[in-house]
Design a protein around this ligand. Sequence first.
Ligand SMILES: [Zn+2]
Length: 112
Amino acid sequence: MIKASCHCGAVQMEIETAPDTVNDCACSICRRKGALWAYYSPKQVRVLPPSGATSIYMWGDKMIEFHSCKICACSTHWTAADKTFDRMGVNARMMDPEVLAAARVLKTSGPD
Ligand SMILES: [Zn+2]
């Protein structure tokens, strides 16, 4: 189990495994956030507190909720609006630097 947290510590995540790869996504939102996404099943990630500590941003087709800490504004994770969708993204920049350094960075270009 590894831990991740935003800068101020209001948002904590407990994650089953360290990521082998992280995605440096070049879509219109991810490139602005500067996030490196590690993908998991929501069953593998415990977000604490489960709600209330983050602001949610949605855009376009509103399929994805981008969460950022209400206090320090770090982009912490995204979840699908459809809660049956078995995938979420954790911003690996919230993980310890050693954990991120051990992961391979993939680059994808988003559709927009
Ligand atoms: Zn914070």
